[in-house]
Ligand binder design. Structure first.
Ligand SMILES: [Zn+2]
Length: 151
C-alpha cells in the first residue's frame, strides 16, 4: 500500500532495526518504545490493522506462531520470563502486534505490583495492565447480561 508506514519499512524505503525476518513477517524494534526492546511483529503483506476482521484461519495460526518465535527470542536474549502481547492498532493501519518484555524477576512479581489502581470508562489512548479497583459482582453480572442481550 502506497502511504503505509509499515509497507515502507518492509520495502526498506524507511529504515528499521529488524531482529527477525522470515518470508511472511518482520520483527522490528519500535522507534517509540515505552519499554526496552518493545518489538513490533508485522506481516509483510498489507492487512488492515484489525485482526478480528481477518477470516483466514491459516493466517491466524502462522501469525501467532511467528509471535511465539519472537517472544521466545526476547525472553532468551533479555532473560525475562514473560512477554506481553498487545493488539490495539491505533496508530498505523497495517496489522501489527506489539511485544513488551516484562522486565521483572518472576519470584518477586508481587513486589512490582502497581500501588495505584486505575479505571477508565472508555479507551484513554493507551492500554495498561495495571489493576483497577475491585468491581462489584452485581455490576459485572448486569454488564454481562447487557452484552448477551445485544449479541
Ligand atoms: Zn501496509
Amino acid at each position: 500500500m502506497l502511504d503505509c508506514l509499515f509497507c515502507k519499512i518492509i520495502s526498506w524505503e524507511i529504515p528499521s532495526v529488524k531482529i527477525r525476518e522470515d518470508d511472511d513477517f518482520i520483527a522490528i524494534l519500535d522507534v517509540f518504545p515505552n519499554t526496552k526492546w518493545m518489538t513490533l511483529l508485522i506481516p509483510k503483506n498489507h492487512y488492515n490493522s484489525d485482526l478480528f476482521e481477518i477470516s483466514d484461519t491459516q493466517f491466524y495460526t502462522k501469525y501467532l506462531l511467528a509471535v511465539q518465535k519472537v517472544a521466545k527470542i526476547l525472553k532468551k536474549w533479555l532473560n525475562v520470563n514473560k512477554v506481553a502481547m498487545v493488539m490495539e492498532w491505533m496508530w498505523v493501519d497495517h496489522l501489527h502486534i506489539k511485544l513488551y518484555p516484562l522486565h521483572w524477576v518472576w519470584p518477586q512479581r508481587k513486589a512490582h505490583r502497581a500501588k495505584q489502581e486505575i479505571y477508565f470508562d472508555q479507551y484513554e489512548w493507551y492500554v495498561s495492565t495495571q489493576l483497577g479497583p475491585k468491581a462489584n459482582s452485581e455490576d459485572l453480572q448486569k454488564t454481562a447480561d447487557e452484552i448477551k442481550n445485544r449479541s
